[in-house]
Design a protein around this ligand. Structure first.
Ligand code: HEM
Length: 451
């Protein structure tokens, strides 16, 4: 591991980011894209008045922060601290509490375990889709996908131990909790104690989530079972830690897992439909593959390995619309990255969104082209130029689960229907904790005629 502190280092260039933000108040992601273009892989600072985070986009620098010297870059500071009441001290924290959680949760998300969930997930998804969408009738895409993805994950994680009433409370509470603090992303220098719009809604949502989560955890801990749902397994793993401390640790992991899995998946699964609409020629290839592989059958495990083009399409989707578009860290000690000094205590922002758009590593970077992910191109790609699931010790645990969920959801819907979207051409990403669309999109599902 090289921290490079003996190198001769220089001060980084500072870009006038606040000026760009005021120019693009309605579309702050544009300001961010411009900063990325201007930096072009160089490690720079963004001038946001009293706050000047370092911006990291070059794959070598991403590798340094996420892997080579990862323990110097902790998930603390202005971005993470406001979310602390939601995520607590579990898998989304750092240090010893994170290490303990990772040890318990990692074995749960192996490809083998996740594959064993396929049939259960396919059944739950089919039920949720039928409950949420009426074929032939327009619906709001963002709301519908959230209403399908959240209950699916909750039911998978809690097994059959959670009621519909609980799910109905949890879904909107999470939705609010993960979006209510978004304003602090553009005003990161405002102290946590200074009230901003969204703070009260955040507090109310966390209260609701805690009430539901603690009640279910207490119930499950009092039962003697060997169920294989995520919450039961975590409860057993923490069996020795009794009382409130044990309950809190389970709560922190379950709530963090839910947050990490639903917001990201729902966001990615919303963009799929926008991308299909924007690229009819590529959509035709997706439809052809699904017709050939799944046909009119209910989608199941046996179809998934054959959905090769859909997998490439989803990988390209996560390149241009990486739900985890910004991975903020705080530097513990002084460091040097790419010849630039990083000061202890400052914020370092790794941005998969900008890394995925660097012309040095991506030919025609703004063009949506799933062929980039054809197996024959795999070897030529720089591992750290494509980081939709992060990397290093904090690498996403849900990569495999997401692919499974996405193939089942998209393949399941497209085996029966074709999507028709209204107003999708104007949709661009919106600056929030994940990369949500900036406006509502109306979609209608039209049944596929089969001979
Ligand atoms: C499109 C879907 C998803 C995307 C784009 C995504 C992205 C990411 C990224 C970028 C990280 C790294 C965070 C960091 O370095 O600070 C991460 C971490 C994580 N993800 Fe995902 N994720 C997705 C789905 C899921 C799912 C379905 C799960 C459920 C199991 C999940 C669970 C986690 C967990 C637990 C972590 C924290 C790991 C750790 O710090 O040890 N994610 N994810």
């Amino acid at each position: 591991m090289s921290t490079g502190v003996t190198e001769v280092a220089r001060e980084p260039r500072t870009l006038p980011f606040y000026r760009s933000l005021t120019r693009y108040t309605r579309d702050p992601i544009r300001a961010f894209e411009e900063a990325g273009k201007e930096a072009n892989g160089e490690l720079v600072r963004l001038n946001m008045g009293p706050f000047k985070p370092y911006l990291v986009s070059h794959p070598d620098h991403v590798q340094h922060v996420l892997r080579a010297n990862w323990s110097n870059y902790v998930r603390e500071g202005m971005f993470w601290d406001p979310l602390k009441p939601l995520i607590g001290d579990g898998i989304l924290s750092d240090g010893d509490t994170w290490k303990e959680s990772r040890k318990i949760l990692q074995p749960l998300f192996t490809a083998k375990y996740v594959d064993s969930l396929t049939e259960n997930m396919a059944e739950i998804l089919t039920e949720q889709i039928e409950e949420t969408i009426r074929p032939g009738e327009p619906f709001d895409l963002v709301t519908a996908i959230s209403q399908i993805v959240h209950p699916t994950i909750v039911r998978l994680f809690f097994g059959d131990k959670i009621s519909r009433e609980d799910i109905a409370q949890l879904v909107p509470a999470y939705d609010t909790a993960v979006t209510a603090k978004a304003i602090r992303l553009v005003l990161p220098f405002v102290p946590g104690g200074f009230p901003l719009p969204g703070d009260k809604a955040f507090e109310r949502s966390v209260k609701t989530i805690n009430e539901v989560a603690y009640a279910r955890i207490k119930e499950i801990r009092n039962q003697d079972n060997d169920d294989r749902d995520v919450v039961s397994i975590v409860c057993r793993a923490r069996g020795g830690e009794l009382g409130e401390i044990g309950d809190k640790k389970i709560r922190d992991d379950v709530v963090s897992m839910h947050g990490a899995s639903t917001e990201t998946s729902a966001t990615a699964l919303t963009w799929v439909w926008v991308a299909l609409d924007k690229h009819p020629d590529l959509a035709a290839r997706v439809y052809e593959e699904i017709d050939r592989v799944v046909g009119g059958d209910p989608i199941s495990a046996k179809h998934l390995p054959e959905l090769r083009y859909l997998k490439m399409f989803l990988s390209e989707l996560l390149r241009l619309y990486p739900a985890g578009w910004l991975l903020p860290r705080m530097a513990v000690k002084d460091d040097v990255i790419g010849g630039v000094t990083i000061k202890a205590g400052s914020t370092v922002m790794v941005s998969p969104y900008l890394t995925h758009r660097l012309p040095e590593f991506w030919d025609r970077p703004l063009e949506f082209d799933p062929e980039r992910f054809a197996p024959e191109h795999e070897e030529r790609r720089n591992r750290w130029a494509y980081v939709p699931f992060g990397g290093g010790p904090h690498q996403c645990l849900g990569q495999h689960l997401f692919m499974l969920e996405a193939l089942l959801l998209v393949g399941g819907i497209l085996s029966k229907y074709r999507p028709v979207l209204r107003s999708a051409s104007q949709v661009t990403p919106r600056l929030a904790s994940s990369l949500r669309p900036n406006q509502n999109v109306q979609m209608t599902l039209v049944p596929v005629e089969r001979a």
